[in-house]
Design a protein around this ligand. Structure first.
Ligand code: GN1
Ligand code: MG
Length: 382
């Protein structure tokens, strides 16, 4: 047996063992690792039922370096998924397969602690007939992403915010993220700070603006809502045939937050044709037609509940959140790559430079972006 085959068999055995802990029927067929997240470990497992049907499931380990309290994450996710199913089923009885559902585990919870497999595991349905994109390819997808996350905010808008706890405190607190970067640069545990001086200088220039949204929130000028907080394009499931949005996934960071954090992170991943780790920075820039479609999709779903202070800052949020993710990649690089999974040396520095280039591009287009938002809002009012 080749070493590769041996490894595959060992992985399949592990997946079957994890799957065996959940309310899954049928005979295990195969398992595969899905590698498009930076945080959790995710497998897809396929089972054959007695009538010959193939059912697929998602098995996922919650990264407990990133999520210090995985049980709290699961309580949030349970409430959010059940609330959405409750709402969708009142509209359409067969809606359950079109949104995330947790499967019960041995022992009575929706998760199970498996020390032999590295920690806490859960099982979701695989949403059949859908796919995701790591990079946006056309304006229609940008529209659908905006619509999907706007609809998500709408679906959870009537949950009780005190029911949902912060799974990562200060997740989108940009000033705090920046302080953490400065602290890492001062300590410089890996002696990497000298290499990052241009990036640190640029961020120092921008720093006075990092607190704008959080300060507005404290003054009561922006409403706290339940938000998704990780709205990258590959967290939207699109119909395989029509590319219409079906639902959003990755609910671990659903928390009280600002709608603008969600919108900002969409601008970051749905308006740029390059990957987040593209090294050719000439390819990294915002595409205005994609931004326009993104806002159209988002407002088509969310215009009904957004306040003027929110819509006034849509363009700004794109710059802020792109910069914030750049800060986080740079911090992780300085700290020795402990948070985000990396695939090559310098990967987090490459990502940071990429995101800061995109942030510069967004910043230069901000007035035009905001003008487009205002035009669109005017059309809604007519
Ligand atoms: C992480 O796991 P993934 O790839 O969906 C991160 C996000 C970042 C993103 C950058 C919990 O998301 O905040 O925006 O990487 N998630 C967490 O690609 O930190
Ligand atoms: Mg995520």
């Amino acid at each position: 047996m080749s070493p590769e085959q041996h490894r595959n068999d060992a992985v399949a055995e592990r997946i079957a063992h994890i799957g065996d802990q959940f309310a899954i029927g049928g005979e295990f067929q195969y398992g595969e690792e899905l590698r498009n997240g930076h945080i959790n470990t995710t497998y897809r497992a396929c089972y054959k039922t007695e009538d010959g049907h193939l059912d697929r499931y998602i098995l996922q380990r919650i990264n407990d370096y990133v999520f210090k309290d995985p049980a709290l994450v699961m309580r949030n996710v349970e409430k959010v998924t059940r609330h959405i199913i409750w709402k969708l089923m009142r509209r359409r009885r067969d809606a359950a397969g079109q949104t995330l559902t947790l499967y019960p585990a041995r022992g009575g919870r929706n998760y199970i602690y498996l020390p032999e497999c590295g920690g806490m595991w859960r099982c979701y349905n695989n949403i059949e007939g859908t796919h995701t994109y790591d990079v946006v390819e056309n304006t229609r997808q940008a529209y659908q992403a905006g619509f999907a996350f706007g609809s998500f905010q709408d679906l959870v808008s009537d949950m009780n915010p005190v029911d949902i706890k912060e799974s990562i405190p200060d997740f989108h607190n940009t000033p705090r993220r920046y302080e953490q970067l400065l602290d890492a640069a001062r300590r410089d545990p890996q002696q990497r700070a000298a290499e990052c001086s241009a990036e640190l200088e640029l961020l120092a220039q921008w720093a006075p603006e990092f607190g704008k949204l959080i300060e507005m929130q404290i003054r009561g000028e922006l409403p706290t809502r339940i938000t998704h907080n990780d709205t990258k394009i590959n967290n939207v499931m699109l119909d395989e045939e029509t590319d219409n949005a079906v639902c959003v996934i990755d609910l671990d960071t659903v928390m009280p937050g600002l709608s603008l954090y969600d919108f900002g992170d969409m601008v970051r991943t749905a308006t740029c044709l390059a990957r987040e780790d593209e090294e050719d920075l000439s390819l990294v820039c915002i595409q205005m037609p994609f931004f326009e479609s993104l806002v159209e999709g988002y407002l088509d779903a969310a215009n009904g509940f957004l306040t003027p202070n929110e819509t006034d800052n849509l363009a700004f949020s794109g710059w802020l959140i792109t910069t914030e993710i750049g800060i986080r990649f740079l911090t992780d690089y300085l700290e020795g790559d402990r948070y985000f999974k990396t695939e090559k040396p310098g990967h987090n520095l490459i990502r940071a430079r990429n995101q800061l280039k995109l942030a510069q591009s967004i910043r230069s287009r901000m007035p035009a972006m905001q003008r487009y938002v205002q035009r669109l809002l005017k059309a809604y009012r007519k």
